[in-house]
Design a protein around this ligand. Structure first.
Ligand code: B12
Length: 142
């Protein structure tokens, strides 16, 4: 049997919103992933450390309280410095304060090095399909 793919999950920064995190944990586990859930109030260092420790293929970051831009800045660089050059970085939630159009939010987070960006009404079936696609493409270019 194939070893399940490990993903690291958590809510970044000083953010304590925990409901979506539990839903994401159950959803990705149900899809056959090994989910390392760091829970809420997770620092960039904790994400990177957990990804290294568990040989994860993707880091799934949530941010709900509106400070996502500040909290996520530098995560891609941190991954590279730790030798995690191929790490897939996904982010989702209420990523900025107020009513910024999603396209603007997506552009910002992609410029920060995130591979995929999701809003609060993300379709999780679509998200997992994208993840599977990205994992396959990354495997081919290894
Ligand atoms: C419950 C709640 C709280 C509770 C949290 C309790 C708990 N233990 O979780 C309490 C009262 C503590 C709270 C506090 C605050 N909250 Co609050 N809270 C909410 C509320 C009403 C519901 C959140 C929730 O549980 N949603 C249900 C879950 C299932 O949805 P979700 O969290 O969005 O997650 C889904 C998606 O976002 C997506 N997703 C998330 N991450 C990712 C990642 C990936 C990779 C993918 C694919 C998808 C994905 O999938 C998830 C599952 O479906 C929302 C409003 C709302 N309707 O969302 C405000 C809300 C999130 N809170 C808000 C704010 C401002 C705060 C406070 C700053 C308020 C304050 N001034 O103190 C504090 C922050 C405290 C902190 N340090 O984090 C704002 C954020 C505004 C913004 N981002 O612009 C919101 C949107 C309310 C609003 N309309 O203003 N909050």
């Amino acid at each position: 049997m194939n070893k399940p793919t490990t993903v690291v999950l958590g809510v970044i920064g000083a953010d304590c919103h925990s409901v979506g995190n539990k839903i994401l944990e159950m959803f990705f586990a149900d899809k056959g992933y090994h989910v390392v859930n760091l829970g809420v109030m997770v620092s960039q260092e904790e994400f990177i450390h957990a990804a290294l420790e568990t040989d994860a293929r993707a880091i799934l970051v949530s941010s709900l309280y509106g400070h996502g831009e500040i909290d996520c800045q530098g995560l891609r660089e941190g991954c590279r410095e730790a030798g995690l050059d191929d790490m897939l970085l996904y982010v989702g939630g209420n990523l900025v304060v107020g009513k910024t159009p999603f396209e603007t939010v997506e552009r910002k987070f992609k410029a920060m090095g995130f591979d995929r960006v999701f809003g609060p009404h993300a379709n999780l079936e679509e998200a997992v399909a994208l993840l599977e696609d990205d994992l396959r493409r990354h495997a081919k270019s290894d």
